[in-house]
Design a protein around this ligand. Structure first.
Ligand code: F6P
Length: 349
């Protein structure tokens, strides 16, 4: 077979491990040929690809980023895009496409199915918001990076008796904030799923101070928002303005700075902000992510050979399974509020 592979959306640690697993498994186990499309769906639309083989994939397992490049190109926002994608794949005699991505990239793969494109999905995103799989690769590495950062922020917060707000990624969901916040012993964890009340956060921080804890780490997802009212409006004005991408997503970032200012103004405690941003997406993947990505890559090639098009490989109860891409992208997998409230709730404040 001639298998195409692409990764789209934000990059994440483990992408090269998936590419390597797909190429090695396709070539060595099945005698397939693998073509790598450059920069996500853009490469398919512009017919830009490279041949991938075993020697090209040597030593890329631990490499961050992706050797194929990536973009947030959406063929469905481009005149004739879906037809061009299908025609270009047919002209290259691609029998099947392995699409590695989050809800946007896999959403395109799903919709292109109606245009005759035969695709298998592999779940990727540091946000961990794809349904159908317990975890996506990239998440573990991002949580570790955020936890390491929180550990470092804690010592300087303690020295200066400060509140430090640490803003982490998480556009619609607070998985990174919840896991890194628990692991890092944060005083507050604020996530998009649960709008926060600034005055209540202030009260809890003041209670900590009265109890003799003069420094606090507040972890906040970039997509967290205050409860409806003047604070929500003030935060919106302070953080909006960036252009939307081709999937209609706003570029987030800044809620942490807004919050730090509010906390300092309302409590009098000195506050600082650190926005971790793309540090969470860069660099070498954790061992967990390398293994998961490798398992996903091998399973994706097996799915291609079984003709399981329209399916995404996924992790459920430790096993690799297949779920319909349509189900995986239907709605975001939000933070488990039992974990958030029952586990984190015991330690916060
Ligand atoms: O891929 C997910 C993500 O990392 C989000 O957490 C974040 O909001 C977004 O990507 C940032 O995208 P970009 O790299 O395009 O600014």
């Amino acid at each position: 077979m001639r298998i195409g592979i692409l990764n789209g959306g934000g990059d994440c640690p483990g992408l090269n491990a998936v590419i390597r697993a797909v190429v090695l498994s396709a070539e060595l186990r099945h005698g397939d040929e693998v073509i790598g499309y450059l920069d996500g769906w853009k490469g398919v639309l512009e017919d830009e690809s490279v041949s991938l083989d075993v020697p090209r994939c040597r030593d890329i397992m631990a490499l961050g980023g992706t050797i194929l490049g990536t973009s947030r190109t959406n063929p469905f926002t481009i005149e004739g895009g879906p037809e061009r994608a299908r025609a270009n794949l047919a002209a290259q005699h691609i029998d099947a496409l392995v699409a590695v991505g989050g809800e946007d990239t896999l959403g395109v793969a799903h919709r292109l199915g109606d245009h005759g494109v035969r695709a298998v999905g592999v779940p990727k995103t540091i946000d961990n918001d794809l349904s159908g799989t317990e975890v996506t690769f990239g998440f573990d590495t991002a949580v570790q990076i955020a936890t390491d950062a929180i550990d470092r922020l804690r010592t300087t917060a303690e020295s200066h008796h400060r509140v430090i707000v640490c803003e982490v990624m998480g556009r619609h969901v607070g998985w990174i904030a919840t896991h890194a916040g628990i692991a890092g012993g944060a005083a507050e964890i604020l996530v998009p799923e649960v709008p926060f009340d600034v005055d209540e956060v202030c009260e809890r921080l003041q209670r900590r101070h009265r109890g003799g804890q003069f420094s606090s780490i507040v972890v906040i997802s970039e997509g967290a928002v205050p409860v409806d009212g003047p604070d929500a409006e003030s935060a919106r004005l302070a953080t909006s303005g960036a252009p939307l991408d081709q999937f209609g997503h706003a570029r987030l970032g800044g809620i942490g700075a807004w919050l730090a200012q509010e906390l300092e103004g309302r409590t009098g405690f000195e506050a600082r902000v650190t926005i971790l941003g793309h540090i969470q997406r860069g660099g070498t993947p954790s061992a967990f992510d390398r293994v998961l990505a490798t398992r996903f890559g091998v399973a994706a090639v097996a799915a291609v050979h079984d003709g399981a098009f329209g399916m995404m490989v996924a992790l459920q109860c430790g096993e690799i399974v297949r779920v319909p891409i349509a189900d995986a992208v239907a709605q975001s997998k939000t933070v488990d509020l039992d974990l958030y409230r029952a586990v984190a709730g015991v330690f916060l404040g």
